[in-house]
Design a protein around this ligand. Structure first.
Ligand code: NAD
Length: 306
């Protein structure tokens, strides 16, 4: 496919939270490359308050006036079945789901209220689940599907004032990894991105000269490649923003092995602590089996010198 223009003719792409920011950029792109696009947006504030049809309608109008095909949906992602139903009713199929909708309820953990926690979980975790769950039977039946879930650096690394958002965003990683495994047999691929882009979400936390270098359109190429039918990529995590695109993976330190003759005590562990955090010879685990192999290997070794 290298060098050719990627196209999505005849496919239906559902983009949640497509009324602005990154979602709008995805929607405009896929429509411009031949896809039917479901433009979902609840139309509320970035804190998840209110709602309306304006945001989604504006993007649908942009697409249709440029000659593209798009349908609006105004449901919350918590009602993912309704969003997928819109795709099926309008276009008879769903091929790509981009779980992008999101809100923020930033507040220090000391002051966090259940409402701040619950709303973030509902939109990000329940929302991504509901949309994927509704699309899944269609994907399996047609032996084709592409899912993008949206994490965040806040989830991968933590971020002051965002315990709720961080927890919900790292959840996208585990969710994606398992979807990728369960989908493999059916040509359903799932990947997760941690984007960074200028949007109303970041408008108040970054200076204009930085935001200028973080165009939402610059996140689109990665998503376009990942959801294309030619892509083999699945179960991967990417950081993307400002034109920089990089895959992330786990790294394991060399580790330390306590043996029965060490008595498995905290004191024995402290004596060998250096190995626990020794990244001089790292390994890159991709699943729980790697850990079991490591144990098998380790236990074959002769006992430690006293
Ligand atoms: P944005 O606020 O411009 O877009 C999010 C959209 O989702 C809005 O149009 C909003 O109305 C919609 N939405 C919110 N709740 C919804 C719901 N329940 N149902 C349907 N739609 C809903 O923000 P953005 O920056 O474009 O964010 C897009 C995604 O990227 C979010 O998941 C966000 O958490 C994530 N993200 C963004 C950045 C960044 O730098 N912009 C960084 C990390 C992660």
């Amino acid at each position: 496919m290298a060098g050719e223009q990627l196209r999505y003719d005849g496919q239906t792409v559902v983009v949640t939270g497509a009324g602005g920011g990154l979602g709008r950029a995805y929607a405009l792109f896929f429509a411009s490359r031949g896809a039917n696009v479901v433009v979902n947006d609840l139309g509320g504030s970035f804190k998840g308050e209110g709602g309306g049809s304006k945001a989604a309608d504006a993007v649908v109008n942009e697409i249709t006036s440029a000659g593209g095909k798009a349908t609006a949906n105004y449901d919350s992602v918590e009602n993912g079945d309704k969003i997928i139903e819109t795709a099926i009713k309008a276009y008879g199929r769903v091929d790509v789901l981009i779980n992008n909708a999101g809100i923020l309820r930033d507040i220090s953990f000391k002051n966090m209220k259940d409402q701040d926690w619950d709303l973030i979980m509902k939109v990000h975790v329940v929302g991504a689940y509901k949309c994927a769950r509704a699309a899944w039977p269609h994907f399996r039946k047609q032996k084709y599907g592409r899912v993008i879930n949206t994490a965040s650096a806040a989830g991968l690394f933590g971020s002051f004032g965002q315990t709720n958002y961080s927890a919900a965003k790292l959840a996208q990683v585990g969710f994606t990894e398992t979807l990728a495994k369960e989908g493999a047999k059916y040509n359903i691929h799932a990947n997760v991105i941690a984007p960074i882009a200028a949007s109303r979400m970041t408008a108040t936390v970054m200076p204009p000269e930085v935001l200028d270098k973080l165009k939402p359109e610059w996140v689109v190429p990665l998503v376009a490649v990942l959801v294309h039918k030619s892509s083999e990529e699945t179960g991967s995590i990417f950081e993307v923003g400002g034109g920089h695109i990089a895959k992330l993976r786990w790294q394991r330190a060399k580790g330390t092995l306590l043996r029965a003759d060490d008595s498995f005590t905290p004191a024995a562990l402290l004596k060998k602590w250096d190995g626990v955090a020794d990244f001089s010879e790292p390994s890159y685990p991709t699943g729980p089996a790697n850990f079991m192999e490591l144990l098998e290997d380790a236990h074959k070794l002769p006992p430690n010198d006293p």
